[in-house]
Design a protein around this ligand. Structure first.
Ligand code: NIG
Ligand code: FE
Length: 394
């Protein structure tokens, strides 16, 4: 095992309040890091760094933890660019578009699904994402959901069973029968490949009782719960998430004051997905209000072919700052440590002794440049589990 000293760091974002000036990012100026194997072994002032086998000088660049993207739908076939163009011409976004992708996904072989997911995971890595959750949800039969999760598990341990994404066309007259399938044979087939269970609790998808049944069944099978909640309008999703003790309520675009209180009191992370509002031309969630109310906020991409076809966490950070009134420090925390909280992980999203050595070297002196220079590729290098995983050309 080789230890490496990373030095010449202009600003180090640790997300460790005990480090540096005690702010939420715990930035340390003039800092160095020592990586040993897969882990961070030491963080502190460069002048007191312990000896290491090798040395990497990042020449004044900022180093942040790798992004933790806690919400993505990467197992699908085809695209919906025509739906996007129609939406930009004024047609509203609706949950039913998911069925278009379901038909294409069912017709695709495992190798094609894996190739698409792998391409998107690699695209995300080039933008600094080192941990990614991946959901099923475009198969909606026992076999298609199980093989979707088997594909997802090739890329991440953070796999989520989303059989309750929409009611497929063949169950249009029997939505209760579909919930029975999801909570019975489909869950049995999928649970071995999944860490989480999720449900799209929304008008046009699943109402509160069905959502509760799906989440409770998943929990009884040992899966953690997460919920697509209050995306398209007010509804019961956030309350259901609080009631079942979900790790995260995702979207949270239309929350009442009671919803906010319920999420906070139940310790549910609010995961905001501003690329969805960007790509569906909709009002953004009230990040400022959630933060001021004391919730833990995560930021994620929700990459999917319908509502947000992007893997760019830097763009998410820029949107969160510009459109949702988060400070750059809050947005970077939410895109790293916040995502880790949403996945109930304590080994990623931070850079302190013992953390997994997942880090991004930005071609910029401070984290604020992620929002200050929107749309500009600022990834200089990415390290994952202590190994170089990406380096910008030239
Ligand atoms: O998170 N909300 C439900 N699911 C996805 C959209 C999926 C699609 O439109 O294909 C989302 O936005
Ligand atoms: Fe989603």
């Amino acid at each position: 095992m080789t230890s490496r000293l990373i030095t010449g760091i202009g600003e180090l974002v640790t997300n460790d309040p005990a480090a540096g000036d005690g702010g939420p990012l715990g930035p340390v100026r003039g800092a160095a890091l020592v990586l040993d194997g897969e882990r961070v072994a030491w963080v502190g002032p460069a002048g007191s760094a312990p000896p290491a086998d090798a040395r990497v000088d990042v020449e004044g660049r900022c180093v942040i933890p790798g992004f933790v993207d806690s919400h993505a739908h990467l197992v699908f076939a085809g695209d919906r660019v025509e739906e996007f163009s129609a939406r930009m011409a004024g047609r509203p976004y609706a949950a039913g578009g998911i069925r278009t992708t379901v038909a294409a996904t069912r017709a695709a072989g495992d190798a094609d699904l894996a190739a698409t997911a792998g391409r998107l995971v690699a695209e995300a890595l080039r933008q600094g994402t080192t941990t990614m959750e991946i959901k099923s949800g475009y198969g909606l039969t026992v076999d298609d959901e199980a093989r979707s999760l088997a594909v997802a598990a090739r890329f991440t341990p953070e796999t989520t069973f989303l059989g309750a994404h929409v009611v497929p066309a063949e169950f249009a007259d029997d939505p209760g029968g579909y919930v029975d399938l999801v909570t019975g044979p489909m869950l049995e087939a999928c649970a071995p490949h999944a860490r989480w269970v999720d449900v799209f609790c929304e008008a046009g998808a699943f109402e509160a009782d069905a959502a509760r049944a799906v989440l409770r069944a998943g929990q009884a099978r040992g899966l953690g719960a997460r919920v697509h909640a209050n995306q398209l309008g007010p509804g019961p999703g956030a309350q259901v998430a609080a009631e079942v003790g979900a790790a995260s309520a995702d979207h949270c675009t239309h929350l009442s004051a009671d919803d906010v209180t319920a999420l906070r009191d139940a310790g549910v992370v609010a995961t905001l997905l501003p690329l969805v509002e960007f790509s569906t031309r909709s009002p953004y969630p009230d990040a400022r209000g959630l933060l001021d109310a004391g919730l833990t906020v995560a930021l994620a991409c929700d990459c999917n072919p319908g509502s947000a076809f992007s893997t760019s966490m830097p763009l998410v950070v820029a949107l969160a700052v510009r459109e949702m009134r988060m400070t750059p420090a809050e947005a970077v925390w939410s895109a790293t440590a916040g995502g880790a909280a949403a996945l109930r992980r304590d080994d990623v999203g931070t850079l302190r002794a013992g953390s997994r050595a997942d880090l991004v070297v930005l071609d910029a002196p401070t984290h604020a440049f992620l929002a200050y220079r929107p749309g500009v590729p600022l990834t200089f290098a990415v390290w994952r589990a202590g190994r170089p995983a990406y380096a910008a050309a030239g």
